[in-house]
Design a binder for this molecule. Sequence first.
Ligand SMILES: [Fe+2]
Ligand SMILES: [Fe+2]
Length: 285
Amino acid sequence: MPDTKLLFHLSDIHFGLEDNRALDWVKAEIEERQPDAVAITGDLTMRARHREFAAATSWIKSLDVPVTVEVGNHDLPYFNPIERFFDPYKRIRAISDKVEQEIDLPGLAIVPLKTVRRWQPRFNWSKGWVTDAALERCLTSLDALPAGTQALVTVHHPLREVGTHGTALTKHGRKALNELAKRPVIAVLSGHVHDAFDIMEETVHGKIRMIGAGTLSQRVRSTPPSFNELSWNGEALNVEVRNLEHVDSSDMMIGDVPEDAMPPREPGEPVAPVGQVPRTDPPVH
Ligand SMILES: [Fe+2]
Ligand SMILES: [Fe+2]
C-alpha cells in the first residue's frame, strides 16, 4: 500500500475580487499541512489585469509546495483582443513553470487538460472548449505514465456538455470524458462553477468521477469560500470541502453541474468584455 497522498484543490481565486481572509487561511493550511501538491483550476483573476496577475502570481509563488495551475476564462486578456489572440499567456509568464504543468508523484500524476480558447466560433467565449490538440496533449501524457500510475486530470471548465450543441458548457467535453474513461483516471478536477461537487458521469466507456472545487473569492455562488482537500491512499480518493464556516462537505456540495455555471455578476463588472455576450441579468441565488 503506497503512502497516502495529500492534495489541495483550489480554484477561482479571482484576484481583483479575492477573499483575503480565505487566502490567508489556505496559505497557512498549506504551510502547516505541506500537501504533496496543490492544483489550482483556473480563474486566477477577475479581468486578467496586470495588477491582478501580479497579486495572483506573487501569492502562488509564495506557496512552498509543487503547484500546477490551469488557465481559466477570466485569465485571458479581456480588454486587449490583439494580445489575447497573439500572446494570450503573456501576463501569466511569472509562473510559466507552473502553468499547465504535469506533476508526477510516486504512483499518482496530475495531468492538465486545457479548456480555454483565445477565440471561439460562438458568441459566449466564457464557456469551455477542448480542442483536438489540447486533448491529444493530455492523452499523450496519460499514455506515457509508468504502468500502475493513476492520474487526476485538471481542467478549468467541467467537461459537461449540457443544453443544445451551440450552448454546450464545454464543447467536446463529452469526447474528452469518453477518452479519459478509457485510461487510469481517478477523477477530473475542475473549477468555474464556484460551488463544489463530486459526481459520477456516465460515458460510453464506463463511469468517470468529476470533482469541482468552490471559489476562494468574494464571488461566491451558493456556498462560502472553500477548497477541496483530497487524500488518495492508492485505492480510494476522499474529498473534504474545507471552508472557514465549518460547513460539512455534503452541505457544501451541489448535486449537479448547473447549465448556467456563471456566478452572479458583481457590481461594476463590465457588461461587454471581449468576445462575450453582455450579461444584463445577474442570477438570483
Ligand atoms: Fe470563476
Ligand atoms: Fe471560469
